[in-house]
Design a protein around this ligand. Structure first.
Ligand code: AMP
Length: 502
């Protein structure tokens, strides 16, 4: 039970953060973050003055003038290791430098120090806590935070660590599409099977849930960490850069500030084209021509060209949905409702392709900006009420083991219902040095960019000679992993040692 009966749901988005609070007696949910006529706060932190970070709308404005010290898009790097393939592949897309600090935590280089991304996340969450206190005139600590369904253990742990640093108590995490479904189910006392299509600023998730009264049973989920609105903006920006090169012989990609202005213009144009057929993009002073005169970019973008430029991105999302349906054995006639969440899902091409692929127009009435935070708040409140929502979740990223011989074994496949128990059996032909097993999480557990969860060691004195024994694993809804050694004579808990251990 929270101290004053107030709970908070937070959508810590790649682009924007939203928060919704419930009080003990208030008539309904209260949306907390407001700025510039929107119920959100940009997930951006300006570190221009490292001792006085600025968070939110003002920080977003500083992207234009101080791209090297204005940190955005950090959510994609949260909980990742500095030497992962992922970081090597994507760090060049950001104007600020990205590297590990002395303790191996990944962050942005500001001046001569590395600010870990988990600290940046903590600054954003601290701002949420402050604004909540200011708005409700009381401190609220108990929160449910939404994370992408495909987040692995290390990414989830990083969110919990950031929240703790910001003075928040995480009652639990919830997957973003599940939170959207909770918001949808709030006033729909119906039984149905839904697909949530969640294309946000930086990540994509598709999830199938079954909703019965107040039980939300996740049946399948699949996602991509690097597919979202920003990729659409970049596709438009690349077209603008190409046009500048051809027409004006200027390469704006060489100037980080000009490139950032083009990216902003691309984003506004993209949003406008969700409602209009055509938009005139104008970015003044992108460079000098050969005579030394200042050049303005003027470009007319219509919806057809936008769709040509971004169709491959939309197809990736649709392909992920189709793959998830195939693998989980669902067909489109099994779905009673398709709902969308995440701002980028509002694009007409996305809506059209969903309808073609799934045979029904998606439900578009949820408030894309706040529905995830609202769902998280509903879930937070249900911790306080016995008749609240019940969530049955599945594992989004598989977990596997590397056995003493070096071979890998899939232990918890994707979409395993949680909580779950599995056992790894050994035939007793072990040597005197004991047994060590590495546990990993990744879409492909044999791939180099898998995430290490830790190592289980069974010392030699525990090994029964020539006799079969088991290592039993329990995985909770919150992705906490517990391990036990079991032989015919004893059962002993094992500690998961090393990186990111639960
Ligand atoms: P979210 O992470 O859900 O806040 O998603 C934000 C992303 O959605 C950003 O990339 C926005 O540019 C994009 N977005 C927001 N509104 C629209 C819209 N009406 N049409 C297309 N994209 C949008």
């Amino acid at each position: 039970m929270s101290a004053n009966g107030f709970v908070l749901g937070i959508d810590l988005g790649t682009t924007n953060t939203a928060a919704v609070a419930y009080g003990p007696e208030s008539p309904g949910p209260v949306s907390i973050l407001h700025g510039r006529d929107q119920p959100v706060m940009p997930s951006v932190v300006s570190m221009k003055n490292a001792r006085l970070p600025i968070v939110g709308w003002l920080a977003k404005d500083m992207l234009l003038t101080d791209p090297l010290t204005t940190i955005y898009g950090w959510k994609r790097f949260l909980g990742r290791s500095p030497d992962s393939e992922f970081v090597a592949r994507y760090r060049a897309r950001f104007p600020f430098r990205i590297q590990g600090d002395d303790s191996g935590r990944l962050g942005a280089v500001v001046g001569n120090q590395v600010v870990p991304f988990v600290d940046i996340a903590a600054m954003v969450l601290d701002q949420v806590r402050l604004q909540t206190s200011a708005m409700l005139s009381r401190s609220v600590r108990d929160t449910v935070i939404a994370v992408p369904a495909h987040f692995n253990h290390a990414q989830r742990s990083a969110v919990i660590e950031a929240a703790a640093r910001a003075g928040l108590n995480v009652m639990s995490l919830i997957n973003e599409p599940t939170a959207a479904a909770l918001a949808f189910g709030l006033d729909q006392k119906l039984q149905s099977r839904l697909l949530v299509f969640d294309l946000g600023g930086g990540t994509f998730d598709a999830t199938i849930l079954e909703l019965t009264e107040n039980v939300f049973d996740v049946k399948a989920t699949r996602g991509e960490g690097f597919l979202g609105g920003i990729d659409f903006d970049r596709a438009i920006m690349n077209r603008l850069i190409e046009y500048c090169r051809q027409t004006h012989h200027i390469d704006p990609s060489e100037e980080p500030i000009v490139a950032q202005r083009l990216l902003n213009a691309a984003e506004s144009a993209k949003r406008m084209l969700s409602a209009h057929e055509c938009v005139d993009i104008r970015v003044p002073m992108i460079g000098m021509d050969r005579r030394g005169d200042s050049v303005d970019l003027e470009y007319r973008l219509d919806r057809r060209e936008l769709e040509q430029l971004t169709a491959p991105l939309v197809e990736r999302a649709i392909g992920t949905v189709e793959e998830m349906m195939r693998e989980s054995g669902f067909e489109r006639q099994h779905l009673q409702q398709v709902i969308i969440s995440g701002g980028q899902s509002r694009m007409p091409l996305v809506l059209r392709r969903i309808e073609q692929a799934l045979g029904q127009a998606p439900w578009t009435h949820l408030d894309a900006d706040t529905c995830v935070a609202l769902g998280a708040a509903v879930f937070a409140r249900s911790h306080e009420h016995l008749d609240g929502a019940v969530l049955l979740d599945v594992l989004s990223v598989p977990i596997g083991a590397v056995l003493p011989g070096g071979q890998t074994q899939l232990v918890f496949p994707a979409n395993t219902s949680l909580p779950a128990q599995r056992a790894i059996a050994f035939d007793g032909r072990t040597d005197d040095r004991g047994v060590s097993i590495g546990l990993f999480q990744g879409a492909d557990i044999a791939a180099p960019d898998r995430q290490m969860l830790g190592i289980l060691r069974v010392p030699s004195h525990m090994l029964p000679r020539g006799e079969r024994f088991l290592i039993e694993l329990d995985l909770s809804e919150g992705l906490h992993l517990r391990a036990r050694f079991r032989s015919s004579t004893q059962t002993v808990p094992l500690v998961l040692e090393g990186a990111g251990a639960a």
